[in-house]
Design a protein around this ligand. Structure first.
Ligand code: NAI
Length: 781
C-alpha cells in the first residue's frame, strides 16, 4: 500500500473533547440557575424549564422562567447603574471591557465546551470560531469605548438596552449585542434563547468575577414570553436577532414608543458560482456556507446558483465532498456537522424538505448517529427560483440549488427573495465579482470566501432581513443618540381665512410625479390661506393612487443611484443657483403665509443647505476595514432606495430642502409629502426642479393630508424607508405599518428639531440616507 493509499483509506479515530470541567461547573451550581440581576444571581425560581444537550438528549440544567417582576427588577437595576457607567467615561469603560475580553480568553476552552454541549455545534467551531470572535468583539469594542469621546463627537448613550438573542450563536450574539452597548455607555438586560442560555449565565459569572459594576449587565432567562416582556419594558432601545416573524411583531410592539430598534433577521442568502471559479475552493466554501453550524446560520449560503455550463460537474464534486462530511458527536474534534439545536427544529427541517416535490433530493451517503437531533447534509437540485425551498429559510443543513446563464441573470435570481442579508460570489474574474457585488441586495457580500465575520466590519441586512448594523463604526450609531435635547414639537397648523385669492389669477398647484405636473387622482384641492386671511392659492389633495404613482415613478428613476456623486453635486448646485435667482419671490411667499417675516433668512438657509449636500454628494465616503484576513472588507455607503418623507411644517421651504437634499445627494429617489400646513413653498419649488436638470422621478412631490398618506406610504412594498418630521401625530402609524416589508423608519415621535441650526443637517441625515454594504475581498495567489 502506498502512503497516498494509506492516507485515503485511513479512518478517523474518535477524538473527543472532555466535557468533565463544564459538567462539573454545572454540578457545582446545583444544575439550576436563577437570573443575573444587579450583579448577583437570584435563587432558581419555581417556574422553570430544562435545557438539554441536543446530541444526547441529556438534561444539562434547570433554568428559571422570568416573571414580569424579574424583568422589571432587572430593568430597574440597569436604569440605576446606567448614569454611573456612562460617567466612568470611555477610558474607564474600556478598562472593564478589556478585563472582560481577557477573562473570556482565559475561560475560552470552558466556554467552547459549554456552548457545544448546550447547542450541539461541533467543538471545532465553538473553539475556533465562536469563542475567538467573542473575545475579539470585546477587545475591539474596548477600543471604541476608549475613542468614543474624541472620535464619536456629539453622541451620547441611549440608556438601557433590552436585548433578545437566538440560539444559533449563543455567546457570539451576546457579544455582538453587549459589547457595543457597554462601550457606548449603556447598560443592558439581555434574554438568551431558551435552548441555549448556559454560556450567557457563565458570562454573567465572569462579569461578577471581574467586578463589572453591578447592574451594568443583567441576564434574564425564559422563552418568547420573557422576550416580549423585555421588549415592552421601560427600555430605551430594543435589539433583536431571530426570526423575521418575531422581528415583525417586535416592530409593531415598539411602534410609537420612541424606543430605538435594530433587527437582525432571517435570510436566504445566494451563493453564486461562475464557470470561471476555482471549483474545488467553491465546493469547500459551501461546506462553510451551509454545513457550518448545521446550516443554522442567518446568513447561510442556502441558495446555490451555479452557472449552467458547469452545473453537472459542480454538483458531482459537491456530492463527493458531502460524502466525506462527518456527522456526529459535536464534542469530537474530527466532526464537521454536529447536532441540530432541538427536536422541534429537526421536525421543521424534515417537514420542509419532505414537502418538496419538484427537485432532486440528494442526502449525503454517510453514517448517521443512531440517536440525537441530527439531519443529514442535503442538496436539492433542479429547483426553480420561485420554489418554496428556494424562498423559505430552512435553517438546517439543506442546500437548495438552481442554475443561471448570464451574470445579469445571476443578479436577478439572487435578488429574487424577500430577504437581503448576505451573498457570496465565486469567480476568478475580479471585475465580474466587483461589478456584481453592488447589484446584490444584501448587507454583506463575500467574494471567493464565505461566512467571514469580524468585529471591525458591520454585519446586518436589508429588506426583510432587518435593519441596523452590528460591528464596525456603523454599529455604534445604533447604541448612541445625538446629544441634542429635543423639545416637544409645537404643531404648526394651517392659517385659516375666507375671501378672495390674493392674486387675480387662479392658482391651483398640481402634484409633481415622474417629472410632470399631475392633477390629483381624486380631483380634490384645498385652499391655502395667508396670515392676513387672503387666499394664497389652492393645492391638490393627493390620495393613495397618487402616492402609488409617485412611488412607481421614484422606483423607475433608480438609475439615479448609479449616477456619480460629481453629477449629483452639480445638480444640487444648479438647484441652489435657480433658487437663488428667485429668492425674493420665495421669501415673499413665506412671509405672506407665516406672517412672521424671516422669509429671506429661510431662503438663504435653503440655498446653504443645497450647497452643503452638494458638497457631501461626492465626499460621504465608505471605509476600508483592516479585518484579520489577507484582504480587506470595504464598507460602501449605498443609497437606501425609494424613500418616502413627510416634510416638516416649521419651515416649509427649508424643511423640504433639508429632507430632499441629503436623499438626492446620496443617490436615493424620493416621494416627498410637503408641509401640510404650508405647502405652497414646495409647489413653487416644482419650477426649480423642472429647470435644474433633475431627472424625472428622482423627486416626486405630493401635497395633502399627512395622516391619510402615512399608512399607505409605510405599507408600500417598494418604499425602502420612511421619514417623518410632520406636525401630525403619525410616527406610531408609520412604524406599525412599516412592518410589511420591515422597512427602515426615521420619525420624530412628536419631538422638534431646529431646522435653522446644525440639527437640521449633517451626519444623522447622511446616515439615514444610506445603508452600508460590507464587501469582503480576500486576495492572494
Ligand atoms: P425566534 O425568533 O422565535 O427566537 C429568537 C429569540 O426571540 C429567542 O430568544 C426567543 O425566546 C425570543 N422570542 C420569541 N418570541 C418572541 C416575542 N414575541 N417577543 C420577543 N422575543 C421573542 O426563533 P426560533 O423560534 O427559535 O426559531 C424559529 C425560526 O427562526 C428558525 O427555524 C429560523 O428559521 C429562524 N431563526 C433565525 C435566526 C437568525 O439569526 N436569523 C435565529 C434563530 C431563528
Amino acid at each position: 500500500m502506498s502512503v497516498k493509499e494509506i492516507f485515503e483509506t485511513m479512518s478517523y479515530g474518535p477524538a473527543p473533547e472532555s466535557a468533565a470541567e463544564a459538567l462539573a461547573w454545572l454540578e457545582s451550581r446545583g444544575n439550576a440557575f436563577g437570573h443575573f440581576i444587579d450583579g448577583a444571581f437570584t435563587k432558581p425560581g419555581k417556574a422553570s424549564f430544562e435545557t438539554s444537550n441536543p446530541a444526547t438528549g441529556a438534561t444539562l440544567a434547570t433554568l428559571t422562567q422570568a416573571s414580569q417582576k424579574d424583568v422589571d427588577t432587572a430593568v430597574k437595576a440597569a436604569r440605576i447603574a446606567q448614569p454611573k457607567w456612562a460617567a466612568l467615561g470611555g477610558a474607564g469603560r474600556a478598562r472593564h471591557m478589556y478585563a472582560l475580553a481577557r477573562a473570556l480568553q482565559k475561560h475560552g476552552r470552558m466556554l467552547a465546551v459549554l456552548e457545544t454541549l448546550d447547542n450541539g455545534k461541533p467543538i471545532r467551531e465553538s473553539r475556533d470560531i465562536d469563542i475567538p470572535l467573542v473575545q475579539r468583539h470585546f477587545y475591539h469594542h474596548a477600543g471604541y469605548a476608549q475613542l468614543m469621546e474624541k472620535e464619536i463627537e456629539g453622541r451620547v448613550p441611549l440608556g438601557v438596552c433590552g436585548q433578545v438573542i437566538p440560539w444559533n450563536f449563543p455567546l457570539l450574539m451576546l457579544a455582538w449585542k453587549v459589547a457595543p452597548a457597554l462601550a457606548m455607555g449603556n447598560t443592558v438586560v439581555l434574554k438568551p434563547a431558551e435552548y441555549t442560555s448556559l454560556t450567557a449565565l457563565y458570562f454573567a459569572e465572569i462579569c461578577a468575577q471581574i467586578r463589572l459594576p453591578e447592574g451594568v449587565v443583567n441576564i434574564v432567562t425564559g422563552d418568547g414570553a420573557v422576550g416580549e416582556m423585555v421588549v415592552n419594558a421601560k427600555v430605551d432601545k430594543v435589539a433583536f436577532t431571530g426570526s423575521t416573524a418575531v422581528g415583525r411583531r417586535i416592530r409593531e410592539a415598539t411602534a410609537g414608543s420612541g424606543k430605538a430598534l435594530t433587527l437582525e433577521l432571517g435570510g436566504k442568502s445566494p451563493y453564486i458560482v461562475f464557470e470561471d471559479a476555482d471549483l474545488d475552493s467553491a465546493v469547500e466554501g459551501l461546506v462553510d456556507a451551509i454545513w457550518f453550524n448545521q446550516g443554522q446560520v442567518c446568513c447561510a449560503g442556502s441558495r446555490l446558483l451555479v452557472q449552467e455550463g458547469i452545473a453537472e460537474d459542480f454538483y458531482s464534486r459537491l456530492k463527493a465532498r458531502m460524502n466525506q462530511l462527518r456527522v456526529g458527536d459535536p464534542l469530537d474534534k474530527c466532526i464537521d456537522v454536529g447536532a441540530i439545536v432541538d427536536p422541534v427544529q429537526v421536525e421543521t427541517i424534515t417537514k420542509l424538505v419532505d414537502s418538496c416535490t419538484t427537485g432532486d433530493i440528494f442526502r449525503a451517503d454517510i453514517p448517521m448517529p443512531a440517536s440525537g437531533c441530527y439531519y443529514p447534509p442535503t442538496l436539492i437540485t433542479g429547483l426553480s427560483p420561485a420554489d418554496t425551498l428556494m424562498q423559505e429559510e430552512i435553517f438546517g443543513p439543506v442546500l437548495a440549488a438552481t442554475t443561471f446563464r448570464l451574470p445579469s441573470e445571476a443578479a436577478q435570481i439572487a435578488n429574487n427573495t424577500r430577504y437581503g442579508l448576505a451573498a457570496t460570489v465565486w469567480t476568478e474574474n475580479i471585475n465580474r465579482a466587483l461589478n456584481l457585488a453592488p447589484q446584490l441586495e444584501a448587507g454583506v457580500v463575500w467574494i471567493n470566501g464565505t461566512n467571514m465575520f469580524d468585529a471591525a466590519a458591520g454585519f446586518g441586512g436589508v429588506r426583510e432581513s432587518g435593519f441596523g448594523r452590528e460591528g464596525g463604526w456603523e454599529g455604534l450609531a445604533a447604541y448612541t443618540k445625538s446629544d441634542r435635547d429635543p423639545q416637544p414639537l409645537k404643531p404648526v397648523t394651517a392659517k385659516t381665512g375666507e375671501g378672495k385669492p390674493a392674486d387675480a389669477i387662479d392658482r391651483t398647484a398640481k402634484l409633481y410625479i415622474g417629472g410632470k405636473q399631475a392633477r390629483p387622482d381624486g380631483g380634490y384641492s384645498a385652499p391655502v390661506w395667508q396670515a392676513d386671511g387672503a387666499m394664497a392659492g389652492m393645492v391638490s389633495l393627493a390620495n393613495r393612487k397618487d402616492l402609488r404613482n409617485a412611488v412607481e415613478a421614484a422606483h423607475a428613476a433608480k438609475g439615479w443611484s448609479k449616477s456619480t456623486g460629481h453629477l449629483r453635486a452639480q445638480i444640487l448646485y444648479y438647484m441652489a443657483e435657480n433658487l437663488s435667482a428667485r429668492a425674493f419671490e420665495f421669501a415673499e411667499r413665506i412671509d405672506a403665509i407665516t406672517g412672521k417675516g424671516g422669509g429671506t433668512a429661510e431662503v438663504k438657509g435653503a440655498i446653504d443647505r443645497l450647497f452643503t449636500y452638494a458638497a457631501w454628494a461626492d465626499k460621504y465616503d465608505g471605509r476600508v476595514h483592516g479585518v484579520p484576513i489577507k484582504g480587506v472588507a470595504m464598507a460602501m455607503n449605498e443609497p437606501v432606495g425609494v424613500v418616502g418623507a413627510f416634510c416638516p411644517d416649521e419651515t416649509p421651504l427649508l424643511g423640504l430642502i433639508s429632507v430632499m437634499a441629503p436623499l438626492m445627494a446620496m443617490g436615493n429617489t424620493c416621494v416627498l409629502v410637503a408641509s401640510e400646513a404650508m405647502p405652497l413653498s414646495a409647489t413653487d419649488f416644482i419650477q426649480v426642479l423642472e429647470t435644474s436638470d433633475v431627472p424625472s422621478g428622482v423627486v416626486n412631490l405630493l401635497t395633502g393630508s399627512h395622516t391619510e398618506l402615512a399608512k399607505p406610504m409605510a405599507q408600500h412594498m417598494d418604499v425602502a424607508s420612511v421619514w417623518s418630521f410632520s406636525s401630525s401625530d403619525i410616527s406610531a402609524q408609520i412604524e406599525t405599518a412599516s412592518s410589511t416589508n420591515l422597512k427602515r423608519t426615521w420619525v420624530n415621535n412628536g419631538l422638534s428639531r431646529d431646522w435653522n441650526g446644525t440639527e437640521g443637517e449633517g451626519a444623522e441625515f447622511l446616515r439615514e440616507a444610506t445603508r452600508v454594504k460590507n464587501i469582503w475581498v480576500p486576495y492572494g495567489e
